[in-house]
Design a protein around this ligand. Structure first.
Ligand SMILES: Cc1cc2nc3c(=O)[nH]c(=O)nc-3n(C[C@H](O)[C@H](O)[C@H](O)COP(=O)(O)OP(=O)(O)OC[C@H]3O[C@@H](n4cnc5c(N)ncnc54)[C@H](O)[C@@H]3O)c2cc1C
Length: 391
């Protein structure tokens, strides 16, 4: 079977690429349905982009690489597409855009765009041996027990990273990269909860509060959630993408900085109350109980000097915690690292040393923050490769 373009992976990036790659495009995926991660994303409503998306929201060994694709296919382009399909959406918080109804609308929209472009889709298809003969790719595809040998001018690798193997992640992109001597930046789990030994936060499981978290990178002002196994919530997931194993993280439980003034005020107003009772009016009571030993929260509020209240406030704002690890790829929303951007053209996503071979989406060493940025990278990089192939 001779075709122009074979795309491996019918996820966000692969479907977007197929909609723009021109005639003779076949997309294959080993899953039963296309766009499974889109379907489950954002609690079933898909946080499909972010109004504030820019290169500053992405992690990559070359922070400039993503700029070209993000500028040429922007969040506004994707929003215009969503609007053209009359999919209702809303901003939840921090520029994050979600479907009003269901993430399935985004999958259906991308399938419709693929149909418009006459791209074919083969599901439940696995990829066997592949090679390049100097001008074309020869790829064995296995579907319904039948083997088909496909010859394609272009091969687009859009099969994502290693996150959530249960949902079909295999790491095939890195194997293909290795086969064609394309360098790969070491991968690790990103946007992932931290674990701590000995059920450290078990008594706090379920407690959530605003926080500012940093770990070897920028600080994130979002919610923190204590779980049976450790720490989660958006602020933790964001910081996890910057964390270097072995290092501690800095947890600020008073991100708006009002605790010290509150305690001084309450010392005047209700001096006979226990310090822990007063603090429980500002922070979750279970958290105050938990911290009372660590911060020696004893006595009435009236007994506390200015210097002591200052110490307590600093303890709450700079809680230094050493994670033992993360939950890993099992629950990570993304894979950090991936195909080394030095090997790719930032305009086309094509491999510089082998014309016709492209890597897009999560497989590439470009990882977004939590909040719709990762899908925007999938749309932008998929579009860039599709445009280049069609041209
Ligand atoms: C639970 C969860 C929620 C998320 N929510 C959001 C969100 O709301 N907003 C956001 O921006 N990002 C979100 N993300 C991240 C986002 O889903 C990914 O960044 C994005 O899907 C990457 O797109 P992709 O096309 O590169 O890879 P994928 O969407 O992972 O697609 C890869 C495709 O390749 C197929 N494949 C893999 N290996 C093989 C193989 N060997 N042979 C054949 N096919 C193969 C897979 O079945 C899959 O269909 C979420 C991730 C998870 C896990």
């Amino acid at each position: 079977m001779n075709i122009n373009t074979l795309i491996i992976g019918a996820g966000a990036a692969g479907m977007m690429c197929a909609a723009h790659a021109g005639p003779g495009t076949l997309v294959v995926d080993h899953a039963k349905a296309a766009g499974e991660k889109i379907r489950i994303s954002g609690g079933g409503r898909c946080n499909f982009t972010n109004m504030h998306a820019s290169a500053a929201n992405f992690i990559s060994r070359n922070p400039h690489f993503c700029k070209s694709a993000l500028k040429r296919y922007t969040q506004w382009d994707f929003i215009a597409l969503v609007d053209a399909y009359r999919i209702a959406w809303h901003e939840k918080t921090l520029g994050q855009l979600f479907c009003d109804d269901t993430a399935k609308d985004i999958v259906a929209m991308l399938r419709a765009e693929m149909d418009k472009a006459r791209a074919q889709l083969w599901l439940q298809t696995s990829v066997g041996a592949l090679h390049h003969d100097g001008t074309h790719f020869h790829v064995q595809l296995i579907r319904d027990g039948q083997m088909t040998q496909v010859v394609a001018k272009n091969l687009v690798v859009a099969c994502g990273g290693k996150s959530i193997p249960k949902m079909g992640a295999t790491g095939l992109a890195y194997q293909i990269a290795a086969q064609f001597s394309v360098p790969v930046v070491e991968t690790r789990a990103g946007l992932v909860p931290f674990t701590f030994g000995e059920d450290r936060f078990k008594p706090l499981a379920g407690v959530a509060l605003p926080s500012r978290i940093s770990a070897d990178g920028p600080a994130f002002d979002e919610a923190l959630l204590f779980t049976h196994r450790g720490l989660s919530g958006p602020a933790i997931l964001q910081a996890s993408s910057y964390w270097q194993p072995g290092n501690s993280i800095c947890v600020n439980l008073d991100p708006h900085g009002g605790l010290l003034a509150f305690l001084k005020e309450q010392r005047q107003a209700q001096g006979r109350k226990a310090l822990t009772t007063v603090m429980g009016q500002y922070l979750p009571a279970r958290l105050v109980d938990y911290l009372s030993a660590e911060l020696q929260l004893a006595g009435n509020i009236a007994d506390q000097s200015d210097a002591r209240l200052q110490d307590i406030s600093e303890g709450i704002c700079r809680w230094i915690l050493p994670p033992t690890g993360t939950e890993g790829y099992r629950t990570a929303e993304v894979t950090l690292g991936g195909i080394d951007t030095d090997a790719l053209s930032s305009r086309t996503m094509g491999v510089k040393s082998l014309p016709g071979l492209y890597f897009i989406g999560e497989a590439v060493d470009v990882t977004g923050w939590l909040g719709g940025y990762n899908f925007q990278w999938a749309w932008s990089s998929g579009w860039a490769a599709g445009q280049a192939i069609a041209a």
